[in-house]
Design a binder for this molecule. Structure first.
Ligand SMILES: Nc1ncnc2c1ncn2[C@@H]1O[C@H](COP(=O)(O)OP(=O)(O)OP(=O)(O)O)[C@@H](O)[C@H]1O
Ligand SMILES: [Mg+2]
Length: 212
């Protein structure tokens, strides 16, 4: 058995990497053994899971890895079905590159404005540079914090159409539940009905990225 490895990367800060990583991992844990690798020196994913009360731990182990993360991820591939790597908001350190090199797919959360998308151009370049040594590496954008009930602006649709990395069909909307579960060390999958819409959008992303 060998895990599928997803890196959640964008050198732009605050685009939703940790939020996507943790909720995605919680959703994936319903399908197979899942591990979160916190590759960010800020340690947000570790902090997130640390907020969970002892009687109700985060459903997925979260481990911090540093410069040796590529070899460690290879080692963990044997023990898990899915590994989700939360990358730092930087391309200056080698960590994002190393994580992407060890991955099957890179998910790039972007806020729904062309300016934010253009800021991800450097990451797109980095992915292009990696492709010759990591053939088959897939990359896709995930639009995050889309306004509730509104569609993508025309300007954003045009910017996405021109961008070299395709976007998943399923966006993530701006919802208070995403902020709340982080503080409580949980995921949207722990919520009752008030989490249904968020659960559905994370489940739709899982369908897209694990589908045939
Ligand atoms: N869909 C969403 N709806 C509401 N709030 C969100 C959503 N996605 C992210 N947030 C909030 O936006 C902030 C930034 O998100 P997050 O920490 O996941 O980004 P990040 O890319 O990991 O940041 P960094 O680059 O610092 O690692 C957090 O306060 C988070 O709770
Ligand atoms: Mg983060």
């Amino acid at each position: 058995m060998t895990a599928t490895v997803f890196s959640i990367a964008n050198q732009k800060g605050g685009s939703g990497k940790t939020t996507l990583a943790m909720n995605l991992a919680a959703g994936l844990s319903g399908r197979g053994r899942t591990l979160v690798v916190d590759a960010d020196p800020q340690g947000s994913a570790v902090q997130w899971s640390g907020m969970a009360p002892e009687r109700r731990p985060f459903p997925v182990p979260v481990i911090a890895l540093g410069d040796n993360l590529a070899s460690e991820i290879q080692r963990f591939r044997r023990d898990y079905d899915f590994i989700v790597v939360d990358c730092p908001p930087s391309l200056e350190t080698e960590r994002t590159n190393k994580a992407m090199l060890a991955s099957d797919r890179v998910l790039v959360p972007v806020l729904p404005s062309p300016v934010d998308l253009w800021a991800s151009m450097r990451l797109a370049r980095a992915i292009e540079q990696i492709r010759p040594i990591r053939p088959g590496l897939e990359a896709c954008l995930v639009v995050n914090q889309l306004e509730p009930r509104s569609a993508l602006s025309r300007a954003m649709q045009e910017a996405l159409a021109e961008f070299e990395i395709p976007a998943l069909a399923s966006p993530i909307r701006r919802r208070a539940v995403y902020r709340n579960v982080a503080i409580e060390g949980r995921s949207v999958f722990c919520l009752g009905r008030q989490g249904d819409a968020a659960k559905a959008e994370i489940a739709a992303i899982i369908e897209e990225i694990t589908g045939p």
